[in-house]
Design a protein around this ligand. Structure first.
Ligand code: MSP
Length: 512
């Protein structure tokens, strides 16, 4: 079995989870489920980033000790996962002993080998981003971009990791591994960034300024800088499992690609003599009203509201169908409703209803065998072959939005097949030919439905399970074999109804 280790970014716990956080979990889960059903031995890690100034400040504002604050907010992040049907195997918190132990061990090793040194530092510092800024970060008018929040000038002695000496090595690695970053155009951006000389990385904060961090093993007056602590979670979670490291993919948002994941992380691993991950998937942002959805902008949507209203499958489906991985997408309720109504309720929901109703009405609720293959059946089966053969490589290339579009097209054509065959007319005729066609049409629509929901099961696991149940079907263990058109449902007793995607009520008129 091929092992496949996939991670999400670990979320800051200074606020509640929003739609952007939920998207990353769903995207990673869809990839993890897809690999699992292809037979890979998947390990899926997610978690929370609990140290740093922001968390310390948020805890203080609430009048709570930081650990208690982290316990509360982390519980909220963790509770979101089952609501989204996320199949993570592990959840890491950076305050856990298993993580702190590994961070300290690696820091000590690097210090012993002379990869870390102490120096005086003077510079501009962004509290919001928890990073020192450079002159090139300024806007043309000399001010700092808004994302940095308040910027102050400070002087202090700190520890530095020798990043610069690995710059050529990293350029070489990226040049030789063109697929290290997905989408590929982002890899070019990294190489562009590496045209400027790198500065060594400040990895510490004096304890009097930041209490809430992992103490440096070689100087207890300092704690680790946020990225050195956070990035190592991917390794610390599996450090005790032989064969656990390296990760196959890290899934992150584009805002934390350059420099943390694409520059610091590979260099940290290389310096620590650890293998590099297979690659990094950098997704885009969910926006609202033209701005990145975020807590600080105040335009964040609570994913739980949508999941409560429409169910986890509809939420997962929308996120995967709407977003081209890597690009940004605007979230609007209108667009959510359009896809929900036309693709899930109408297209898929109607096929389910028709299959169940007509089998109940014309075949006493037991699925018959297909007896004839005429042009209509033949072309639907050909479309199925084509859909499946395109869908799998699209998912392998993270093109879920296009893959789902193909799956939807197959459902549309299956509904069109039903219109053309018109079983309700055939049911009125008693000729043996029409009766054979009637049975064929019932078998064909049910088989097409079974196949379509098997195809998209990594996106809509609950709907697939429910549809299999009402079709009286127990899928086999080999996913690819499930995708062959056959006569698997013959003799299956079907349920009379299933309401999968109830039509949402129109919004209540505003009360004055
Ligand atoms: N703690 C760091 C990551 C450390 S990883 C070793 C962090 N946390 S975060 O809470 O700010 O963001 C967590 C993830 O959510 C990031 O990958 C980020 O890109 C993603 N998103 C946050 N807002 C987002 C959107 N509006 N849209 C999509 N994803 C975005 O960064």
């Amino acid at each position: 079995m091929k092992s496949f280790y996939i991670t999400t970014a670990i979320d800051y716990v200074n606020g509640s989870p929003h739609l952007g956080h939920a998207y990353e979990k769903v995207l990673t889960d869809v990839i993890a489920r897809f690999r699992r059903q292809q037979g890979d031995q998947v390990h899926f890690l997610t978690g929370v980033d609990e140290h740093g100034q922001k968390v310390q400040a948020s805890a203080k504002r609430k009048g709570m000790p930081p650990q208690q604050f982290c316990d509360e907010v982390s519980a909220e992040f963790r509770a979101l996962l089952p609501r989204l049907n996320i199949t993570n195997d592990d959840f890491i918190r950076t305050t856990e002993e298993r993580h702190q132990r590994v961070v300290r061990k690696i820091l000590q090793e690097l210090f012993d080998r002379g990869e870390i040194y102490q120096a005086e530092y003077q510079g501009f510092y962004s509290t919001r981003q928890e990073q020192f800024l450079q002159e090139k970060d300024r806007l043309p008018d000399g001010t700092w971009p808004e994302i940095f929040g308040e910027v102050t000038e400070i002087t202090e002695s700190n520890y530095f990791f020798k990043l610069r000496q690995y710059q050529d090595w990293l350029i070489d690695h990226l040049t030789k591994h063109e697929d290290f970053i997905f989408p590929r155009y982002r890899q070019k951006q990294v190489l562009e960034f590496l045209k400027e000389p790198l500065n060594d990385l400040c990895i510490s904060r004096p304890r009097e300024r930041l209490e809430w961090g992992i103490p440096l093993p070689f100087d207890a007056n300092y704690v680790t800088y946020v990225w050195f602590d956070a990035l190592l979670n991917y390794y610390s979670a599996v450090a005790d499992h032989p064969g656990g490291w390296p990760a196959t993919w890290h899934v992150i948002g584009k805002d934390i690609l350059v420099p943390p994941h694409a520059v610091y992380w590979p260099i940290m691993l290389h310096a620590a003599k650890l293998p590099l991950p297979g690659g990094i998937i950098a997704h885009g942002w969910w926006m609202q009203r033209g701005a990145k959805m975020s807590k600080s902008t105040g335009n964040a949507l609570n994913p739980l509201d949508l999941v409560t209203e429409f169910g986890a499958d509809a939420f997962r489906y929308f996120l995967m169908r709407e977003m081209n991985v890597g690009q940004d997408s605007d979230f609007t309720r209108e667009q959510f409703l359009v896809r929900y109504n036309s693709e899930l309720a109408n297209n898929l929901g109607n096929l389910v209803n028709r299959t169940l109703n007509m089998t109940t009405r014309f075949a006493a609720g037991v699925l018959p065998a297909a007896e004839v293959t005429e042009d209509l059946e033949r072309s639907l089966q050909e479309l199925w072959e084509k859909t499946r053969n395109e869908f799998i490589p699209l998912c392998e290339g993270f093109q879920f939005h296009t893959a789902l579009e193909r799956a939807m097209f197959f459902l549309t054509e299956t509904n069109a097949y039903i219109e053309k065959r018109a079983p309700w007319k055939l049911g009125k005729s008693t000729t043996p030919t029409d009766q054979a066609l009637l049975r064929t049409s019932l078998a064909t629509m049910a088989e097409a439905l079974r196949l379509a929901v098997a195809l998209i099961q990594h996106v809509t696991p609950t709907a697939t399970e429910k549809i299999n149940a009402v079709l009286g079907y127990k899928p086999g263990t080999v996913w690819l074999e499930e995708l062959n058109w056959g006569q698997r449902l013959v003799g299956s007793p079907v349920a009379a109804t299933l309401v999968l995607f109830p039509r949402p009520l129109p919004p209540a008129p505003a009360t004055v």
